[in-house]
Design a protein around this ligand. Structure first.
Ligand SMILES: C[S@@+](CC[C@H](N)C(=O)[O-])C[C@H]1O[C@@H](n2cnc3c(N)ncnc32)[C@H](O)[C@@H]1O
Ligand code: SF4
Length: 452
């Protein structure tokens, strides 16, 4: 009787089907011709718990970049340029409106609910009323916007009461103000044009106008900062009683004037890392002491205020990017627009989507991104959310690292949530990097992650 030689298949190169057969059977039995797969996982595992998601359609978030500023601040690493003329901004806004139509129609985005909008920069608050209204009109014509969070970056000194009124009429309901410091000398050393008094006045008129959730940004580690200037700045920030307070660590990127002046040259003295840690520790102590709670590793909140745009995009929702240099994500594809304004305008005028580069995310990339950018930064993050998204418990994948982070006092012993201690908040990016690197390494050698 003829016998089969299985050895070629068993020792031959693995294919996806081999892997599935191995996984489903647990061993390699004799081949049969019974299997006829039409789907995976098998229907017996399907249920109705996610029907709502399908029926309501996944929402999108929108980011729009306005790359114009009235000054170039010495620490700033964002894509921006000095505003030269009204015509230059007119042309840019025209391109934005054209891009909104082009992208929305090409990707069929008109029917997807918009969850949040963020207009950032640069300095969006330099837009004129006509430019602003034109943009809002295009957004409404080509997107389904209703009850979305609508955040707008505003620089103190670049707006007045009437601007606030037309922003509000256009749907803006959250303002993020770059204050950075309430010390005039520290502000001056950063090449910013406003004073501390102007910043306080700007916050006051926003409050009097009403209808905006307010966030202010501070930067820890600016040139010229001392313990006393910093403590006064933080105290003044707290006195403003804004809904949120964000304290970024000032990072000296290579494309900034601080890098040129303080790292390459000796024109200015930048605070050391150790000193910056001390500043941030003092800020955390004072802000929590004043009744704020932690919202992320660098943002504090009162009255349940939150940045939905940041939360949704950190949690991996789609983000449509408009404008030069903007980053977006549709499905598993990350993309960035051209980061040169004339080239961006030229492309859009020619009717071409101005994408410059893309990155397709694998399932494993998404897992690592979730831990690096979301799980740790959100300060407390439930394990159930991760299991629902990715099908396995990452605490079990890297138990030694979880234990080490606990023993070193960065995370609490909580078994259902990843909760940072105060020390963990201070070193938030270190904790996320440590955890994400360990998960990445484990994923590289483990098949864990299959639901069935
Ligand atoms: C893109 S800026 C827009 C703010 C607005 N143009 C203003 O200056 O008021 C947003 C925030 O990024 C932060 N930022 C800028 N450069 C930074 C750096 N080198 N390190 C950390 N944060 C930085 C600042 O706190 C700033 O308020
Ligand atoms: S911090 Fe704001 S105003 Fe200063 S350069 Fe950056 S984007 Fe422009």
């Amino acid at each position: 009787m003829a016998t089969f030689d299985y050895s070629a298949r068993i020792t031959g190169p693995s294919t996806d089907l081999d892997a599935i057969a191995l996984h489903l059977n647990g061993n390699r039995s004799l081949p049969t011709r019974e299997e006829f797969y039409t789907n995976y996982p098998f229907y017996k595992y399907w249920n109705n718990s996610h029907n709502d998601r399908l029926l309501s359609g996944e929402g999108v978030n929108i980011y729009i970049h306005i790359p114009f500023c009235i000054q170039i601040c010495d620490y700033c690493f964002y894509m921006k340029e000095i505003i030269k003329s009204r015509e230059q901004v007119d042309e840019y806004v025209d391109s934005l409106c054209q891009e909104i139509q082009l992208v929305s129609e090409t990707f069929g985005l008109q029917n997807r609910k918009v969850n949040s909008i963020y207009i950032g920069g640069g300095t969006p608050s330099v837009l004129t009323e006509k430019q602003f209204n034109k943009l809002i009109e295009a957004l409404h014509r080509y997107h389904r916007i209703q009850d979305a969070e609508f955040a707008f970056e505003a620089e103190p000194g670049t707006f007045n009461r009437s601007k606030l009124e037309w922003w509000k009429a256009g749907g803006v309901n959250r303002l993020s103000m770059g204050v950075q410091s309430f010390d005039d000398e520290v502000i001056r050393l950063s090449s910013r044009k406003h004073t501390a008094a102007q910043a306080i006045q700007s916050i006051k008129i926003v409050k009097e106008t009403g209808g905006f959730e307010i966030n202010i940004d501070l930067l820890s580690g600016l040139a010229g900062e001392s313990v006393s200037t910093w403590e006064r700045s933080v105290a003044t920030a707290i006195e403003q009683e804004t809904d949120m307070l964000t304290v970024y660590k000032m990072k000296t990127y290579a494309n900034t004037n601080f890098f040129r002046k303080g790292v390459h040259g000796n024109e200015i003295q930048l605070p050391s890392d150790v000193f910056e840690i001390d500043l941030m520790e003092r800020a955390i102590q004072a802000i929590l002491g004043a009744g704020y709670t932690l919202w992320s590793t660098f943002a504090f909140t009162r009255n349940d205020a939150q940045s939905k745009y940041i939360e949704y995009t950190w949690r991996g929702q789609d983000m449509v990017a408009y404008g030069a240099s903007s980053f977006g994500k549709l499905g598993n594809l990350n993309y960035q627009n051209l980061n040169n304004v004339p080239q961006y305008v030229q492309k859009v005028k020619a009717g071409i989507i101005p994408v410059y580069r893309t990155f397709p995310m694998s399932y494993k990339d998404m897992i690592v991104k979730e831990i690096l950018l979301c799980a740790v930064r959100l300060f407390s993050y439930s394990k159930k959310e991760f299991v629902d998204k990715f099908g396995f418990d990452y605490f079990q994948l890297v138990p030694e690292i979880i234990e080490e982070l606990r023993c070193k006092g960065y995370i609490t012993p909580d078994k259902e949530e990843l909760v940072l201690t105060r020390q963990g908040v201070l070193f938030g990016d270190f904790v996320s990097k440590t955890l994400a690197a360990a998960v990445k390494e484990a994923l590289a050698k483990d098949t864990i992650g299959f639901t069935y």
